[in-house]
Structures are given as structure tokens and as C-alpha cells.
Design a protein. Structure first.
Length: 322
């Protein structure tokens, strides 16, 4: 299978075997502000580079799965109007790619696809009811029940990053107040740390030292490094974030009652040391008396989750048509 991860600046494609191992990867530049045809050409360029690397791939190919920014319709494979890809408006991406390569093509958003990859081959394997969250620049989520992505009535289900936990909180990029994304994403964590440093200036701050004395240079990655070095303010920032995430996950548990929670994304490594704390906090924010039975795992796939996710979309699709 081929998994394709479409971003605002690049397209990554990978050959993925039936066990979920990514064998070869390629990249091509994305032209987000160009024509729809130019955007499609970026996708086909990344795929064609795989064929160039190994000519046997074409004959053995079972399907192509594509992770694209939404909104999109996973049933029809139409990309509706993604803010970061203005080149595509109501663009039939699945049909266009299928017409070129004559194999089944599936399209979905990155969090849904990554969740499915974790169920097929990763940390969610063997579980029936899986909730997946990716924490990075934003917070995305995917819900997989009995091996199938839960899309809801219109395909828009699973926007867990825009569940509000504070109706008086900061305004999220989506327009709502107090979304967990506005409070616990990588940029939100860094913003909170910078505010604390500005309010409590300390010449001994490890965060400030790592940032070269520039408060505005503090990032989530630096906060993690400072925490590992024993910085008390970094610990305070992360513990506050852990409480916010625990409140949010308590709501998710009460709503979905999953049998596993998988956390991925670029900022997930920040929270791995706190998984025990989150489980201990869940009863405070959850009415489910068995909430602490739910395992909390770090995702198997890291930066390659889009490629693995794309492949997972077509991993159950037989060859021979859409």
C-alpha cells in the first residue's frame, strides 16, 4: 500500500507493507496557492518517486490512502475547503488519483487515519474502542470502533480538539472559547510558559537559559528539556497542562468509554512522564467508576503517522476498483 501525507508545504509518500512497516519514503513540494492541477501534481510526483525507486511497486500495489487537511468528505474522497490548501475547493482527490493509477484510493483527515494506523499496527492493536489524540501545533483526535473510523452523519465527527473545557477561556483558532487545543497544544503551552517567565523573572531559569535569554524563543520542546533538567517553572507549566488534559480526557471517557487511549503528535513526548498522573486525576473529572482501568499509551507512529495512516485507510480494501 502507499500512504500519502499532504501538508501545506510538502507531500510525503511511503510504501507500507501489510505489517505496517514503512519501507521507502519520498517527498515532493506542495503548491498550496496554485491551481488544483498543480496540487494534484505534487501528490502524483511523490507517488511516482516511489515507483522510480522500485519498479515492482506498481504491479504489487493494492491501494493508495491519502491524509489531507479538511474539511473533506471521507465517503466521496472530495476535499472541500481546507484553509491551508486554497488550491483545492470541492476537489475530487480520490477519483483523480484513482483515475491515474487504477487502484482503490481513500481520503481522510490525518488524525482519523493515524488512529486507524494505531489500531491496525500500533499501540491500539487488539482493542475494540480506541480514542486517539495527536498533540502538536493543534490537537486532533480520531475515534475507531471495531476497526472502523467513526465519522458521524456528515463525516465531521472526531473533532475532539475543539471540545471546550472552559467557556470563558481563550479563543481558539476555530472561533470557540476554551477549546482544549487553545489550552494544551504546543503553542498554548509555550505561551503559558512565556507569560509565567515574564511575570516571575528569574536569572536561574533553565527555560530562559535554553532560549538564550529571549522569552519569546521559549517553545514546547525547550520546556520539556528544562523540565528534564529540574526547572521548577517548567514543571509547573506541564503539571497545569496535565490537569487540563485530564479534565478533557475525563469528558471523553464519560462520553465514549474507550478501552484504550493513545496519545501521539509532536508534543506527546512532553506528557509521557505524566501518564501516571493523568490516570490518577481521572476519577476527579470522570463519573465512570472504572476510568482508571483504561490504559494510556504513547502512539507507535511519530512523524510518519500520516504515511502510516494513509496506508491504513486502504489496508482492508481489496484490489480492483473504488
Amino acid at each position: 500500500m502507499i500512504g500519502v501525507d499532504v501538508g501545506g508545504t510538502k507531500v510525503a509518500a511511503g510504501l507500507v507493507d501489510s505489517g505496517g512497516e514503512i519501507k521507502i519514503q519520498t517527498r515532493a513540494a506542495m503548491v498550496p496557492n496554485g491551481t488544483a492541477a498543480a496540487g494534484l501534481e505534487s501528490v502524483t510526483s511523490a507517488i511516482d518517486l516511489l515507483f522510480a525507486a522500485d519498479r515492482k511497486i506498481r504491479d504489487a500495489l493494492r491501494g493508495i490512502g491519502i491524509c489531507s487537511p479538511g474539511p473533506l468528505d471521507p465517503t466521496t474522497g472530495v476535499v472541500v475547503n481546507p484553509p491551508n490548501l486554497p488550491c483545492w475547493r470541492n476537489f475530487p482527490l480520490a477519483d483523480e488519483v484513482a483515475a491515474i493509477y487504477s487502484v482503490p484510493v481513500k481520503v481522510d483527515n490525518d488524525a482519523n487515519a493515524a488512529a486507524l494506523a494505531e489500531v491496525r499496527w500500533g499501540a491500539g492493536r487488539g482493542y475494540r474502542y480506541v480514542f486517539y489524540a495527536t498533540i502538536g501545533t493543534g490537537i486532533g483526535t480520531g475515534i475507531v470502533f471495531d476497526g472502523k473510523i467513526y465519522h458521524g452523519r456528515t463525516g465531521a465527527a472526531g473533532e475532539g480538539g475543539h471540545v471546550s473545557i472552559d467557556y470563558r477561556g481563550p479563543r481558539c483558532g476555530c472561533g470557540k472559547l476554551g477549546c482544549i487545543e487553545a489550552l494544551a497544544s504546543g503553542p498554548a503551552i509555550a505561551k503559558r510558559a512565556r507569560a509565567k517567565l515574564a511575570a516571575q523573572p528569574s536569572p536561574h531559569s533553565k527555560m530562559l537559559e535554553l532560549a538564550g535569554g529571549n522569552i519569546e524563543a521559549v517553545t514546547g520542546e525547550l520546556i520539556g528539556q528544562a523540565y528534564a533538567a529540574g526547572d521548577p517553572l517548567a514543571k509547573e507549566v506541564l503539571q497545569e497542562t496535565v490537569e487540563l488534559l485530564s479534565l478533557w480526557l475525563g469528558n471523553i471517557v464519560d462520553l465514549l468509554d474507550p478501552d484504550v487511549i493513545v496519545i501521539g503528535g509532536g508534543a506527546s513526548a512532553l506528557f509521557t512522564p505524566f501518564f501516571g498522573d493523568i490516570k490518577n486525576l481521572l476519577p476527579k473529572f470522570c463519573v465512570n467508576p472504572r476510568c482508571q482501568e483504561i490504559p494510556l499509551f504513547q502512539a507507535h507512529y511519530g512523524a510518519d503517522s500520516g504515511i502510516a495512516g494513509g496506508a491504513a485507510l486502504c489496508s482492508g480494501t481489496p484490489a480492483g476498483g473504488m
